[in-house]
Design a protein around this ligand. Structure first.
Ligand code: ZN
Length: 328
């Protein structure tokens, strides 16, 4: 009788051990599950590779208007809003110059530094401020804190897509794969893009307009003698010549416009050579009173396609000039 009882106890003990084992294994498994689940969760400060956002994301909806206030504090004061980038910031962010012109050598340059807790893959986007639409992307690759970054843009969209529309643009910095910008939209990161520049530098007044008196074909702009004249729009110098009423004059075939831009009563000096190319905003002469002119002034004409005495006709240029004047 003793022996079976001992065996029974022994069996019970064995069963107990087995149950404990199962519980123990289950506990070990579940705790290792938790551990692996925890390691799947990206720690706050590591690479956001798991969160790649597909490239053609609906960009315009990215920034609700409420988040684009007109005036911002200094960008270095602003905490990053990007998820997984709580300590990521940019500093010394600045766009220069404040305005660029289509067909000009001068591009909008954007400089900044990354500050924070490690290298990041960064992306710089140029957006139209009015609607948030992305016009251009620059992939910078891995950027370390303290490394100075610079990108520059001329307003062209690439390929045959032409150029961006006129108005205010902003550079914004993103950590690659994140939807929210690292940089807040500060005024120091903005620049304006325009297709034309006003052709006379310095103080001026408007004289006779289109059709005034004797079938005047342009707009007169008066300024002190010697004012610098620049190309309203770059292009090929079709004519640089002298004529008794126009004086020294220049005709520029505006690149990509089909239109001609005509400048009269100039000094002989500093005019570009026929057949050469000029950039928007480049000096093309000095205002004077050569030819039939009552006082120093620029006589400006705008000709429709295909151009000046090539089948086009002179168009009233005053409204266009006043618009260019407002931003130049
Ligand atoms: Zn005139």
């Amino acid at each position: 009788m003793e022996a079976p009882r001992a065996t029974k106890i022994h069996r019970r003990f064995e069963l107990c051990v087995a149950v404990l084992c199962v519980i123990g294994v289950t506990l070990v498994l579940s705790s290792s599950d938790q551990a692996s689940a925890a390691s799947d969760e990206p720690p706050v400060a590591t690479e956001p590779a798991a969160e790649e956002v597909p490239e053609p994301a609906p960009e315009p909806e990215e920034e609700p208007p409420a988040e684009v206030p007109e005036e911002e504090a200094e960008p270095e004061e602003e905490p990053a809003r990007a998820r997984g980038a709580s300590r990521l910031r940019i500093s010394s962010a600045k766009a220069d110059p404040e305005r660029i012109f289509l067909g000009s050598r001068r591009r909008a340059a954007f400089r900044f530094e990354l500050s924070g807790d490690g290298a990041r893959k960064l992306l710089v986007k140029v957006v139209k401020v009015s609607n948030g639409a992305v016009q251009k992307r620059f992939r910078l690759g891995r950027v370390k804190p303290g490394e100075r970054q610079r990108v520059a843009w001329d307003g062209k969209l690439g390929g045959r897509r032409g150029f961006t529309s006129q108005g205010e643009h902003a550079f914004r910095v993103f950590s690659e794969g994140e939807r929210a910008a690292v940089s807040r939209d500060s005024s120091t990161q903005r620049f304006d893009f325009y297709e034309h520049r006003f052709p006379l530098l310095g103080r001026h007044t408007y004289g006779d307009g289109f059709g005034a008196g004797r079938g005047h074909q342009g707009q007169d702009i008066f300024a002190d003698c010697g004012a610098r004249l620049v190309a309203a729009r770059g292009g090929r110098v079709q004519t640089a010549a002298y004529q008794s009423s126009a004086g020294y004059y220049v005709v520029i075939d505006g690149r990509g416009t089909g239109r001609d831009y005509v400048y009269m009563h100039m000094k002989k000096a500093e005019r570009p050579r026929e057949g050469s190319w000029v950039q928007t905003g480049e000096t093309i002469g000095i205002e004077s009173d050569t030819g039939n002119a009552s006082g120093c002034h620029l006589h400006f004409e705008l000709w429709s396609k295909p151009g000046w005495y090539e089948g086009g006709s002179a168009k009233p240029p005053t409204r266009a000039l006043k618009r260019w004047d407002s931003w130049s």
